[in-house]
Design a protein around this ligand. Sequence first.
Ligand code: SAH
Length: 491
Amino acid sequence: MIRSIRKYIPKQCFHSSVFQLQQLPPHKDGLYFGKYTKEEYEDAKKIIQDQISKLETEIKGDYNIRENIDKFKPFPETGPSTGKISNLTDFFKNTIKLTGPISLSAFMRQCLTHPEFGYYTTRDPLNLKTGDFITSPEISSVFGEMLGIWYFTTWQSQNRPKQMRFIEFGPGKGTLINDILLTFNKLIRKVQGDVKIKIIMIEASNVLRKEQWKLLCEESNAFETTEEGFNRSVTKWNNDIVWMDTEKSIKKDETGQIANYIISHEFFDALPIKSFIKQDDNTWRELVVENSELVENKLGIEGSEETKDFDVDFHLTISPKETPSSMIPKLSKRYKDLPVGTRIEICPDAELYIMKMVQLLNENNGAVLVVDYGTTASVPENSLRGIYKHKFVSPFYKPGDVDLSIDVDFGNLVKLTESLSQVFGPLNQGDWLHNIGIGYRIDQLIKSTTDESKQDKIYESYKRLTDDEQMGKIYKFLALLPKGSKKPIGF
Ligand code: SAH
């Protein structure tokens, strides 16, 4: 439709200089037909008028788009408030009051990484005493050792590049890269001495950057800020280490000499999503975040000592019309045949990150390993959850104080990268760890001590990482290697 309107718009409406050259007679409205006939001009006028009147009704709305609109107090709030927002709940209430419901991805982004009130930006969520969850690298250092072996064998199979970068997305406390480097450095020293390794950390949280620096660097190597605004230091193994906010700052070395070895563990599950429902007319409506006191959503935390109500101020509502984001599922073949009524989650950020990762592969070297929990054969439908004190809660409970997490759409990551790289997996964590030899390592560790309680702990952590009922099945390993690469160990 848009194309046909453009075709009929008399050019001279926009380019009067063209008219002057052609010396065409003026139309009675003071407009010019140009090379079009009067009839064509009238047709175009009709189409435009139709469109405008349609848009006008849509904008004004032939029904009340926001049923609560007249119930809210006018913005800005009057009263003792200084106008400075002191928490995310007020921030969202005021934003929604001003603009109407907000997209779920905007809500999640602020909850997770708002500079002052975001979940990750203001705390160490992995702290053993005060944290909300625990991850595989924190359960046992054997996890990082296995990954270190994988990177070492991959590096060997790629003719041992002499210059390389380890790039980690969302490094948490830095434990995983620490364990990978310990193993990698040990193994590499046996075969080659002169390899130059740099480290890049993509980390949104200053609190966690400091934790990572404490673990990876000696105190004598200060945590500095560069002219470009990155943080930098030198590790205890004498590697340059740089912290960046986003993947956009990573520069690729076009000579192909520097091999990039990329790792992300429980990073993709922390990215904001958009949520949609398919309608009878095959359009997709976005689920947006609304604030309404009328909705009750008490979500208790099982077994928690806190007995107060878990009321939430926000909830999802279906947008009354298609939003600009509706184009995302509409334009993708992936969602075309899903039945009416299907709910889906789409993570546009994940697409940007995975595309950057795959672009960082050189023709003959480099590797990406994505480890996360998620789906392989189906599109995530309604996986968004809050995680608070090791329990699931509503994602709208205590914005900024609760971790938000989603299932990673591995099928989509594969679809996006398979023409650009050699894809292996996704494979269940338990299978991957067993393939790479975790059993032998655990056996060795158990035999290294006679202390039974230590032996039990080693065995327990092994079970936790590999058992189907625990982390062995829901967590997946996905590897991307340069096109034409042979199957790496583990897969
Ligand atoms: N990989 C670690 C930590 C997982 S928690 C582990 O497995 O233990 C998620 C990590 O991603 C945290 O370090 C968090 O600060 C970071 N993070 C979350 N969203 C981010 C974003 N948008 N950009 C950069 N880092 C982000």
